[in-house]
Design a protein around this ligand. Structure first.
Ligand code: TZP
Ligand code: MG
Length: 218
């Protein structure tokens, strides 16, 4: 526990909650374990939107996923819930611009927990550059996404490249990334990609993770 942040963790970053597993024959634990076995470099637990769990069920699932990440020595990151992050001794917590203010989150967590922030404008990146305690930025949606109902407008590959240039922090791309369009992303300077459906709905998780890791080879 308490893995120290490094930008290599952003290479193949899988984000998911129960709502993202659409195949009724699979569980999130099964898909997450396959993804870890295949070599994802980070996992974010994001239980949000229609079909998501709450209360005791969510807490138990978070604890299970936390343990799994520890076994595979990859960071367990909690989306937008500082209390859950603290309770599960998460390695990191990720917040968006509409979530709890990032300054407050940085104050609440101890220095061993890293903080990620979503930024999709130059102004937001500038503020992140000046805020001590942020480890990385997530930028997007790069392409149209079906996984977030309230997603901001698409920024495109050029928009992403502009934000990377502006950022002093490592950037991970998010939103609508597929095995086809991922090839467009290394040239933007991002450290890697964060994906929901590309893995959660993959017909071959091993192949998918391999594509991610090959695209962002060390
Ligand atoms: N934030 C911006 S886009 C997005 C989030 C959480 C959803 C990404 O999901 P997908 O399936 O990889 O497009
Ligand atoms: Mg959020």
């Amino acid at each position: 526990m308490g893995l120290k942040f490094e930008s290599g963790m952003l290479r193949s970053y899988f984000i998911a909650g129960t709502q993202d597993i659409k195949d009724p024959t699979k569980t999130l634990q099964e898909v997450a374990k396959q993804a870890m076995e295949a070599g994802i470099t980070a996992f974010q637990y994001r239980e949000k939107g229609p079909g998501s769990l709450s209360g005791e069920k969510r807490d138990q699932l978070a604890a299970d996923l936390r343990d799994m990440c520890a076994d595979y020595e990859i960071p367990f990151i909690v989306d937008d819930d500082v209390d859950l992050a603290i309770k599960t001794k998460a390695d990191g917590v990720h917040v968006g611009q509409k979530d709890e203010r990032v300054g407050k989150v940085i104050d609440q967590v101890d220095s061993t927990m890293f903080v990620g922030l979503s930024c999709d404008t130059k102004e937001q990146v500038d503020i992140a550059n000046q805020t001590a305690g942020i480890s990385y930025i997530g930028s997007g949606p790069v392409f149209p996404t079906g996984s977030k109902a309230d997603a901001d407008p698409v920024i495109g590959v050029n928009g992403l490249a502009t934000l990377v240039k502006e950022s002093k922090l490592p950037v991970v791309a998010i939103g609508g990334i597929t095995e086809e369009n991922i090839v467009e992303l290394p040239k933007t300077g991002v450290s890697g990609v964060s994906v929901i459906s590309m893995i959660a709905q993959s017909d071959d998780v091993f192949r998918t993770v391999q594509v991610m890791n090959e695209t962002f080879k060390k």
